[in-house]
Design a protein around this ligand. Structure first.
Ligand code: S3P
Length: 417
């Protein structure tokens, strides 16, 4: 799998802030992380490829004042940069049409409470203007209204440069990659499942930072294999951080023959090899809303699998899906309906009625959302019928080699379309 996208963004942006040189191995090569790399370079970090790795030399002194930084489709780049710049720099952060629709005020508002000069548009969206803060930032104790790792990360990055303690509390545990890396880079940090606090700290580079394979990319391959009788697929070296890997447990709960081996910790992140055999009898269940943040990016893959499992698959507590690269409640429902699956959107999730035969349409749209594109590929495997995925370039935001990897996994001996 490509390097984990979430961890890759953090590796780049934290290495840009750190003193010294960090070599990042298995960095995600998609367009989203490329946006973070370009941003780091425009703020004064040294960024260059070194064989298959990326060498990042931390910014000396304060970040360069940048003009406009184009974050493309990448919400993680934009939100983390808001926090990174809040106490140290200035720039206008902009992005593509989809990113311009996503909520940014949720990050700007607590940053202003810390004393930053950060303004979104009146609608609370990008472009976001960050000006040099008139005074040093001050730490706050902040209770996030939603369990967002991007919001938490932005505030922690600002907190590295603030007087006093910056504490961020979450209503539910969310991915903890930022806290792990901050700790590894020597930040003064205390973290527990629902609260992370930092004090002003100077980060130190890490000589070699290994990024695990992306478990959220793997989820699409695993769900397709689970839906394909007689298949057997092993994916080595994927992230197995408990705050990210709840989808693997959900698949097991559905009856998939999924096993975890070679569990280890490297690069400050747990990782494992995952094997799945297709053809087990699958039955649906209701996702526990408490688990949603730990599998939020994997709901498209799980919904595709739910289409072929018996019974009802209910997702609740997932209103955040509406603020992703597309309104994922709407786009998942639309895609499943195109395959003839009974599905209903609810206010905070959806209900899939699984088990009926799939009817593959000739072509589907991704709505510009990489995970909807990969979900369509899972449904095509489950329906055992070729489909055309229109506007599939967006898959390159997280998984540039997707087509070849998919053909390698599922079309061995057949001609990839
Ligand atoms: C991410 C956090 C999640 C996730 C997104 C990546 C991150 O978003 O959906 O794909 O890297 O921190 P939120 O922080 O908005 O929940």
């Amino acid at each position: 799998m490509p390097g984990d996208k979430s961890i890759s963004h953090r590796a780049v942006l934290l290495a840009a802030l750190a003193h010294g040189t960090t070599i990042v191995c298995n960095l995600n090569a998609g367009d989203d992380v490329a946006r973070s790399l370009r941003a780091a370079r425009s703020l004064g970090a040294g960024v260059e490829t070194a064989d298959d790795d990326m060498r990042i030399v931390g910014i000396r002194g304060d970040p360069r004042i940048a003009g406009t930084i184009d974050c493309g489709n990448s919400g993680t780049t934009m939100r983390m940069l808001m926090g990174l710049l809040a106490g140290r720099g200035a720039a206008v952060l902009d992005g593509d049409a989809a990113l311009r629709r996503r909520p940014m005020e949720r990050v700007a508002e607590p940053l202003r409470r810390m004393g930053a000069d950060v303004r979104a548009t009146p609608g609370g969206t990008a472009p976001v203007r960050v000006r040099l803060a008139p005074r040093p930032l001050r730490g706050i104790d902040y209770e996030m209204p939603v369990p967002s790792a991007q919001l938490q990360s932005a505030l922690l990055l600002a907190g590295l440069d603030a007087d006093g303690m910056t504490r961020v509390r979450s209503p539910l545990p969310c991915r903890d990659h930022t806290a792990r890396l901050l700790q590894a880079m020597g930040a003064r940090i205390q973290s527990s499942a629902l609260s992370v606090a930092v004090e002003r700290s100077r980060l130190q580079a890490i000589e070699r930072l290994e990024v695990p394979g992306d478990v959220s990319a793997a989820a699409f391959f695993l769900c397709a294999a689970a839906a394909m009788p007689q298949s057997c697929l092993r994916i080595d070296d994927v992230g197995f951080n408990p705050t990210r890997s709840a989808a693997l447990k959900a698949m097991q709960a559905m009856g998939a023959a999924l096993s975890i081996g070679n569990e280890r910790c490297a690069g400050f992140e747990p990782r494992a090899d995952v094997t799945i055999a297709g053809g087990s009898e699958l039955h649906n269940f209701s996702l526990d809303p408490q688990d949603v943040p730990n599998l939020i990016d994997d709901i498209p893959a799980l919904c595709a699998l739910a289409a072929v499992a018996q019974g009802r698959f209910q997702v609740r507590g997932a209103d955040e899906l509406r603020t992703k690269e597309s309104d994922r409640i709407a786009t998942i429902v639309d895609l499943l309906a195109r395959f003839g699956v009974g599905v209903t959107a609810t206010r905070d999730g959806l209900v899939v009625s699984g088990g009926a035969a799939l009817r593959a349409p000739a072509a589907v749209s991704t709505h510009g959302d990489h995970r909807i594109g990969m979900m369509a590929a899972v449904l095509a495997v489950a329906a055992r019928a070729p489909i055309r995925i229109d506007d599939a370039e967006c898959i390159g935001t997280s998984f540039p080699g997707f087509k070849d990897a998919w053909a390698h996994a599922f079309l061995a001996g057949e001609h990839p379309a």
